[in-house]
Design a binder for this molecule. Sequence first.
Ligand code: MSP
Length: 487
Amino acid sequence: MEKFYLTTPIYYASGSPHIGHAFAVIYGDVIARRSRTLGRDVFFSAGLDEYGTKIEEKAKKENKEPRVFVDEVAKNYIEAWEKLGIGYSRFVRTTSPEHKDGVLDFVKRLKEAGDIYEGEYSGLYCVGCENFVLERNLVNGLCPDHLVPPRLIKEKNHFFNLKKYLPEIKKRVEKGEIIITPESRKNETLGIIQAGVPDFSITREGLKWGIPYPFDANQTIYVWADALINYATALGYPAEENFKKYWPVDLHIIGADINKFHSIYWLAMLMSAGLELPKEIFIHGLFTVNGQKMSKTLGNIIDPLDLVKRFGSDAARYLLLSQFPASEHGDVKAEEFDRKYNSDLANGVGNLLERSFTMMIDYRGGKIVKGKVDPKIKEAAEKTEKLFGSHFEAHKLYEALADVFTFIKTLDVYINEEKPWVLSRGEGGQQEKLDDILGSLLFGIEKIIFWLKPFMPNKAKETEVFSNKLLKGELKKGDKLGLFKRI
Ligand code: MSP
């Protein structure tokens, strides 16, 4: 069985998840589910990034010990992912002893490779980014992503010799040995390398909330180095069977703001540690809400659990993935959710299933002749299958969903044109024709359920249960599937 190791970013344990965080785990979950259906042996990782200055300060603000604080945050995340139906194989917490052991082993490898040296760093540090920022990238003296002034920091650090690996990274990315999608992000990576990336410090001085650096008692491991290694420790690196079985990473899913860390820092660290590099990094765009960056201060954060409460888990997943193509940045308009829910789910797929099943019960008591499918429907299904499959393989889930909804419209038009209700009153040939139409609808519906299943696993299951009962003749007139109630 072909293995497939898929990862999602580990989120800072600094608060509750918002839809920007939920996006990558839903994305990953959909890909994982479909890959399993296609017979792959999937490992899907998720987790939390729990060390660093940002978290330490956040805990202090709330008058809590960092350990207590991150435990609370972790509980919220785990619960949120459960409510969104995220079936990860492992949830990494970077404050766990297993993760720490893996990080220490990994860092030892970098040291043994001769890639760590001592130096002094003086520069501007943005706590929001957990990274040094360059003066030239500031906007009015503020970090453009976090809108806060960076701090001037001067400290002794242990540096990682990134420069040594840049030419090799450039070569492999250019040649497509490591696939970075979309192309615009690949160009961004190459642009950053071209502009020159300084070595980065792999340790921080005086930060208590971190993994102690084994070769210098005053230092802890830099939170990004620690965090990236989660992709190995999720598999139990260095010891566990799973590491042997699933490494290397087949697909990293990340957001656009953390490209550099993955496509440059992480690749270099892996080369230094002598571990195989990931095959592909897929980079999604960032959300704004009604044109603005999501932030507590602006009060425009959308909580994925509010969407679950209003629309249910499957619909929440659908609504987030069908907003805009993932490869681009996009603006979420909160009022669009209701409209889209009604048009695509309640009046779209929900209505198609309901009216088709009702006819199957009313006209045939569930006795549907399978196998004879109208060539028009067969052809449309084959076309959809192809498009959907290739969009899916390219991780274009928005586009893949759109393919299914085009097919749903085709079936709607088919029903309206064929008018089964007229045929149902006829005799002989007309009744035979009705059999063919209902058979074609069942064929189409089974396809739709198969395609939508990774996106909306519960609704797909409900539909399967209902249609199995229907086909066994166990349903009576008036029985309804009631998949998506209009709101
Ligand atoms: N902890 C680091 C990641 C370490 S991965 C080894 C981090 N955490 S984060 O919580 O700030 O962001 C994690 C992910 O959430 C990133 O992929 C980021 O792109 C995504 N998002 C955070 N806000 C977002 C939006 N507004 N829109 C879409 N995704 C965004 O960085």
